[in-house]
Design a binder for this molecule. Sequence first.
Ligand code: ADP
Length: 506
Amino acid sequence: MNLSNDYSILTDKARLVIGSTTKLFIDGYYQEPTKGQYYSIVDPSNDEHIAQVARACATDVDKAVDAATRAFETGVWASMRPHEREAAMLRLAELLIENGKELSELETLSSGKLISNTRAFDVDFSVYTLRYMAGWSTKISGQSIDLSVPYLPDEHFSGSTMHFPIGVVAAITPWNVPLCQAIWKLAPVLATGCTVVIKPAEQTPLTTLRLAQLCIEAGIPSGVVNVITGYGSEAGKMLVEHPGVNKVTFTGSTGTGKLIGATAASQMKACTLELGGKSPVIIAEDADLTEAIPGAAWAIWGNHGQNCCAGSRLLVHHSIYNQVVEGVKEIAESLKLGPGLNPYSQMGPLVHKEHRQNVLNFIKSGLEAGGELITGGYAVEGPGAYIEPTIIASLSADAHMVQNEIFGPVLSVFSYRDDEEAIALANSTSFGLGASIWSKNVDRIDKYFRRLSAGMVWVNNHNVIDLALPFGGHKDSGMGKELGYQGMISHTKIKTKIYKRNLGSL
Ligand code: ADP
């Protein structure tokens, strides 16, 4: 089987990117990197070079933050009427739809993801996100509060709160859902009147660069949205440290998130961190297995396990353990590996070969710790970063591969005897992002909901995300929320006003 992407089926616009050299997007136009340095990005289906990408240096980061600061301070965006900001965001959503095929192809080329996935999440879900957040533009409101001021009994006061845009936002995004993550960060920025510098992951910057151009087409003023590309340890780090940045919003690994959080705290910057996970999928003895088995399989094999909420630990009641593990194994073995652009592929390559090696190292550590290989376990030979979906049983809860995020299609399976044991096992890692409980018993579901250490608990589903609900984890999975009202309002700062009334108490 040919595991390499077929470029002849690309749209003309997407094909243009092959062999091209991209630039930085600062102050409304593409600019050469100051030092003229570039790096190469590759197609993980065949390891071939796709494009040269600009490697931003300190001067470029300064330029981008300066452009965002000017755009913020002159008020070209923040002082625009909310309904005009809303209209521009809705135009941007339309442009994403118009250019959806090109965007999903660009995403698939550099990430290896399936084209159906890049269309449904990176493009279509981005459209919904923009529309949802556009609606908030006209609805940001404070409160009016009657005040007591007990130590001034003869005087009367009223108080009010008002939300102001927080300022220049630094947005650092990962490679697993690149456009979707850029939009999750951009949409609340635009709704609240902030400006932004986005630093996409080194491997997957193409769609974010294109997005910046679409922002200009949508009528969002120059300087409001800037994109710098380059390495996380250089451009990303300098952006987070830049004194002109007022808020940092980051999605990525827990290790990098802790570094970023420490820098932000030392400079009193607002900070939202959406980090790693080791989410348990718990299948109780009363679960509907016709739903739970494919649900557990989708939870880990979806996006090749490269999801922060991936259900990478499967906890099954001992009475149904064999049946569930056999069912998830059958699905794993039926998956058709292939290049992301081929609509018949069911699992693409991982994002790059070094990442695949990390995943293989985790598998090796699991087997060395006494794990039993149920299926998979190997890289696919030849070009591309393909790996077999893998299930390992009989591990102890404290094994290295059980305690750490793998970010690949590798599942550890466990059998438990009662709810107490399942809850203890589910909560036994440092992460707290998501968890799912599959059961028909409402009392059991309520118990799990209250006791699972997770920002998001799914009942009879896993990793379903909606714009109206805040998204984010507890413990080492991060702090703050994206999406929902909370994800929007965290891009504002509150001011209070205390007003002395001279006309008495009424
Ligand atoms: P991964 O190791 O899977 O690439 P990371 O969490 O390191 O995950 O990367 C997520 C994003 O964070 C990427 O855009 C990357 O460039 C960026 N990044 C990496 N290190 C830093 C850093 N020290 N400061 C800021 N951004 C960083």
